[in-house]
Design a protein around this ligand. Sequence first.
Ligand code: FAD
Length: 474
Amino acid sequence: MTEYDLLILGRGAAAFSAAVRASEITSNEARIAMIGDGPIGGTCVNLGCVPSKYLIEASERVYAPEHQKMIGISKVKVEYNFPELMEGLRNYVSEARKSKYENVIASYPNVEVIDGTATLLGQKMVQVNNQINGSMQLSGANILIATGSSPSVPEIDGLKGAGFITSDTMWSLKKLPQSIVIIGSGAIGLELGQALMRLGSNVAVVEVMDSLLPQSEPEIGIILQKVLNREGMNFFLHSKVISVDIKNGKKTLKIVTKNGKEEIFADEILVAAGRTPNTSGLNLSAAGIKVDQRGGIITDRTMRTSAPGIYAAGDCVSKTMLLETLAAREGAIAAANMFGQEGEVDYGSTAWAVFTSPQVAGVGLTERGCTMKYGACSCRAFSLSNLTRATINRDEDGLIKVIAEPNTGKVVGIHVISPNAIDIIAEGAHAVRNGLTYRDIMETSHIFPSYSEAIKLAAQSFIRDISKMPCCVE
Ligand SMILES: Cc1cc2nc3c(=O)[nH]c(=O)nc-3n(C[C@H](O)[C@H](O)[C@H](O)COP(=O)(O)OP(=O)(O)OC[C@H]3O[C@@H](n4cnc5c(N)ncnc54)[C@H](O)[C@@H]3O)c2cc1C
C-alpha cells in the first residue's frame, strides 16, 4: 500500500491551496496525493466563479451601450451571438483550468493527482474507486477533506420531469431561454438572473424569504431589488414553488404567494436554491467525523475535524459563506496546522460579494449583529447620491454602511452596494481584521472622485453632517 504524508480528497480551490502550502512548508518534501472525480480545479474555475463572471461581463457589454446614461451620447443596440458567446466562455474556462491548475500542479513533483472517487476506510485510510483502473487503498498520515458542494435541488412535484438547469449545467446552453424562472434569490440566482436578463431573457425570481440578501443590511436588499426590478426582473418574494408541469410547451410553475396561488410560465427553470456539502458518500462515520444537519463537516478554526489527523476545508465545511477565497484560506490553514505551523481562519474579516450591477459586498457584522453582540451599534450609512463619482457616472443607486463598536469606534462591519463594491470591500476587510477605527479610515487619503471615497465619507459622517460639506474636506 502506498503511504502519503497528506491525502487530499477533492481537487478544487481548498485542495490546491492546501497542496501548495504543504509543499512550501516542507520544501516539496511532503508526499501528497490529490484525489478527485471531477475536472481539475473544481467548481470555481469550471462551473462557478470563472464562467459566471465571464457571462456577467459579456452581458454588461451587451447591455450598457443601449442603456447609456450620459447626456449627448447615443444609445446603441449591440448585436451578439449567444452560441458563439458561450463557446468563447467555455474556451476561456479550459484555458484558465490549464494555466491556473493543470500546469501549476504539474510543477510540484511531490504532488500526485489521482482520478477517482474517494471514501474513508478509517482515520488513516482512503479507498479510491476509478471506473477504468478499479479501486486502490491509500494511507495518509494526514487527511484533508475538500470535496466541495453541489447545487441543492428541492423536492418539488414534477420538477425533475419538466427539466431544469443549475449553475453546474447551464454552461452548455446552446440557446438563450426567452424566459426563465429562477428558484432562489441568493448570490448565484441574482448574478446569473441579471446576466441572462441583460442578454435578453425575461426573468422571474421565486424566493421563500421576504427580502433579498438577508446576510446584508436590509436597505441594501431593498436597493438591489429596486434596481433589478427597474431593469425588468420580476420578483415573487415570500413565495414557494409547489409543482411544475409542462403546458403548451412551456414549463408551468404553480406557486403560493402572499396573495394566494398563481401559475407562472417559462421556457426554462434555473434552480439556484443553495448548495449541499458533498459528504454523503464519504463514509465519514468510519472515521468518527461529526457533521451538522446539512452534512457540513464540523471543524474548529484550525480546520481540524472531530477525528484526529483529519482536517476539512472549503464548501464541504459547516459554515455560512461559500467562497473560493475562503476555501483556499481554509485549505492553507489546514496544511499549516498539519505541518508544524499554527494558524486559524478569521471568519469575522472574510469579505463576501455578489457580482450584480450594482455590486454588493460585505464584511463583518451588520447593524443587527453588532447590536446583538455589543448591546448597541454606532453606524452610519452614506448614500451614493452624495458621492461626486456616482453623480458624474449617473450611477447613484447605492450606499455604504459602516458599523462601529459603540464604545471604541472600532469598525466591526462594512456593507456596500455600489459600482466597484467588490474592490471597495478590501478596505473594509483590512479595517475589520486590523481593528481600525472610523477615525483611521477618515484620516486616510482616498482618491477624489472615486467610489472608494464613499467609505471615507461614511466614516466622516460619524463626526460631521456630510450634506453640509464641500467635496474636498479632509
Ligand atoms: C455559480 C457560482 C459562482 C461562484 N462565484 C464565486 C465568486 O465569484 N467568488 C467566490 O469567491 N466564490 C464563488 N463561488 C463559490 C466557489 O466556487 C466555491 O466556494 C469554491 O469553488 C469551493 O471550493 P472547494 O475546494 O471547497 O470545492 P470544489 O471546487 O467544489 O472542489 C471539490 C472537488 O471535489 C470533488 N469530489 C467531491 N466528492 C469527491 C469524492 N468523494 N472523491 C473525490 N473527489 C470528490 C468534486 O468533484 C470537486 O471537483 C461560486 C460558486 C458558484 C456555484
